[in-house]
Write a new protein. Structure first.
Length: 488
C-alpha cells in the first residue's frame, strides 16, 4: 500500500512539474529548466521501475494525460514551429516552399503572402535559409495553415493533433513488438513516459513522431519476414516499403537504412521492396518535385554539413584539433568528410549485420547511432528514434542520453546561445560509459525471441520455469547468444 501511494503521488507530481516547465519557464531560464527536467526524469524512472504497483492501463493513462496537458501550449523550447507554419502558408497560396528563403518574401516590392505576418517572420530562426522538410511534413504544415489561418496559436494546436495520433500509433506498435519479442509490456513505458519524448514531440512539435512510428512499422514488417509468418511475400515487402517511404517522407535521415534493407531482404522480396518503396517515394515527392525542390534541398543539406554545429561528439574533437593545428574552424572540410565516414560505416555494419544475423532493433540502433556519431549537429530530439527502439533491446545507453542531452538547453540566453562544452563533454562521457556497460553485458542475454517459438508463449513458459503445454522450445545445451551482443 505504501508503494502504491508513492507511485500515485509520483504520477501527480510528474504532471505538475511538466505543466510548470511548459507553461511557466522560458528557454533561457536554464536553472529552473534543468531542475525541472531533473525532477521529471527522476519521477519517470520511479514510475517505470515501479510499474507493477498500479494497473498497467493507469500508466498509459498518465502518458496520455501528460500529452493532452500540453495541447493548448505554445512551444517553449523550440521555435521551429514558426517555419512549419511559414511553409504551410506558402503551400496554401500555391507557392513552392523550396523556391525562396523567407528573407526573399519580406523584401520591399515582393508580393505579399496571405497570413504571413511580421510576427511569424520574426519568430523564424533561419530567415536566409531554404526549408529542408520533405513532403509528408509539408502536408502537415499545409493542413495546419489552411485550417488555422492567421492564428499562430490555432496553427500550433493543429500541428499537434497529428503528432498525438502518431504517438498513439507508436505506443500501439511498441506493444505489438514487445509481445512479438516476448518482452514485458511495461517496457513500453520507457518510451511513453520519457520526459524528453513528451517535451520534444508534443511540447515542441518535432516531426520525429512520424519518423519513429514508421521506424517501428519497419521493425514489425522485417520481423514478420524473419519469422516467415503466413503472409504473401509481396505483402511483407509492401509493409516494409510503406514504412521506409513514410519515414523518408517525414524526415530524410531514414535514407541511411536503405543499404541495410537491400541486404536484409533477399531474393524476390528485395526487388519487390525496392520497386514499391521507390514508387511510393515518387508519388509522395511528385507534388513538390521540380528544380526548386532539388536546388533547395541540396543547399539545405550542404548548409547542414558545412555551417551548422551543435552538441556534436567526434566532430567537436576534430574541430578542436583543427583549431590547434590550423587556427580556424574546419567545418567546411570536416562536415562532408564525416558524412562520407558515416556512409562507409553504415555500409560496412549493414553487411556485417546481415551476415552474422544481428537483431533488427539492435542493428537499426547501431546504424542511426553511427549517423549521430559523425554528425555536426545533434539536437535533443535526434535521440528519440533510439528511445523508441530501446524497449526492444537490452541496450540502455539511449536512456542515459535522454537524461543528459537536455543539458544542451543550459546554453540558451536572452540574446542567443553559448554552448556549454563542459556539459557536452559530460554528456558524451556518461553515454559512452553506459554503452560500454551495455556491450559488456550483451553476452549474458539471449537471442531475440523472434527466431524461436511464438514469442508470447515462450516468454510465459520461461517466466514459469517450465514449458507451456503445446509449446516446443528449442533444444539447446546452453543459452544461444546473439552475435550482435557478443561481437560489438
Amino acid at each position: 500500500m505504501r508503494f502504491t501511494i508513492a507511485t500515485l503521488v509520483a504520477g501527480v507530481v510528474y504532471l505538475v512539474v511538466l505543466a510548470l516547465m511548459v507553461y511557466g519557464v522560458e528557454r533561457y531560464q536554464s536553472g529552473p529548466l534543468l531542475v525541472g527536467y531533473g525532477l521529471l526524469f527522476g519521477l519517470y524512472l520511479m514510475l517505470v521501475w515501479g510499474a507493477k504497483e498500479l494497473p498497467f492501463w493507469s500508466y498509459l493513462l498518465l502518458a496520455a494525460v501528460a500529452r493532452l496537458l500540453l495541447l493548448p501550449s505554445m512551444p517553449s523550447l523550440s521555435d521551429d514551429f514558426y517555419r512549419f507554419l511559414w511553409d504551410g502558408h506558402l503551400l496554401v497560396e500555391g507557392l513552392h516552399p523550396f523556391s525562396h528563403s523567407p528573407e526573399w518574401y519580406m523584401q520591399a516590392g515582393e508580393p505579399e503572402v496571405q497570413n504571413i505576418s511580421p510576427e511569424l517572420y520574426k519568430g523564424l530562426n533561419s530567415k536566409s535559409y531554404f526549408t529542408i522538410y520533405p513532403p509528408l511534413a509539408q502536408a502537415l504544415f499545409a493542413f495546419a495553415a489552411w485550417i488555422g489561418g492567421s492564428s499562430i496559436q490555432a496553427g500550433v494546436v493543429l500541428l499537434r493533433l497529428p503528432l498525438l495520433l502518431a504517438e498513439c500509433g507508436t505506443v500501439w506498435l511498441l506493444l505489438k513488438l514487445l509481445r512479438q519479442y516476448g518482452l514485458p509490456r511495461r517496457r513500453v513505458l520507457l518510451y511513453a513516459l520519457n520526459p524528453l519524448v513528451v517535451l520534444e514531440i508534443t511540447g515542441n512539435l518535432h516531426l520525429e513522431a512520424f519518423a519513429v512510428f514508421f521506424l517501428l512499422l519497419l521493425v514489425w514488417s522485417l520481423g514478420k519476414i524473419d519469422k516467415g509468418e503466413a503472409m504473401a511475400g509481396s505483402a511483407k515487402a509492401g509493409w516494409a516499403a510503406v514504412a521506409f517511404a513514410g519515414a523518408v517522407a517525414s524526415k530524410l535521415w531514414p535514407l541511411l537504412l536503405g543499404p541495410y534493407l537491400l541486404l536484409k531482404l533477399g531474393g524476390n522480396k528485395r526487388w519487390q521492396w525496392l520497386l514499391l518503396s521507390s514508387g511510393l517515394l515518387i508519388v509522395l515527392f511528385v507534388p513538390l518535385f521540380g528544380k526548386p525542390l532539388l536546388e533547395g534541398m541540396l543547399e539545405s543539406i550542404s548548409l547542414y554539413y558545412q555551417r551548422f554545429e551543435f552538441n556534436a561528439s567526434l566532430y567537436y574533437l576534430l574541430r578542436g584539433l583543427g583549431y590547434l593545428i590550423f587556427g580556424f574552424n574546419l567545418i567546411v572540410q570536416l562536415g562532408p568528410m564525416l558524412a562520407l565516414v558515416a556512409a562507409g560505416l553504415i555500409l560496412f555494419f549493414s553487411s556485417r549485420s546481415v551476415k552474422r544475423g544481428w537483431g533488427i532493433p539492435e542493428t537499426l540502433m547501431l546504424l542511426y547511432g553511427l549517423f549521430l556519431l559523425c554528425a555536426t549537429t545533434v539536437h535533443p530530439w535526434y535521440v528519440l528514434p533510439l528511445l523508441a527502439l530501446m524497449p526492444l533491446t537490452h541496450l540502455r545507453f539511449s536512456l542515459a542520453w535522454s537524461g543528459l542531452v537536455f543539458l544542451t538547453y543550459a546554453g540558451y540566453t536572452q540574446t542567443g546561445y553559448e554552448e556549454p562544452l563542459a556539459l557536452v563533454a559530460l554528456e558524451y562521457a556518461v553515454v559512452i560509459l553506459v554503452l560500454c556497460w551495455d556491450l559488456k553485458k550483451q553476452k549474458e542475454f539471449q537471442t531475440t525471441p523472434a527466431n524461436h517459438a511464438p514469442a508470447s508463449a515462450v516468454h510465459q513458459s520461461l517466466r514459469m520455469g517450465v514449458p507451456e503445454r503445446g509449446v516446443s522450445l528449442p533444444a539447446v545445451k546452453e543459452p544461444v547468444k546473439a552475435p550482435l551482443r557478443k561481437k560489438i
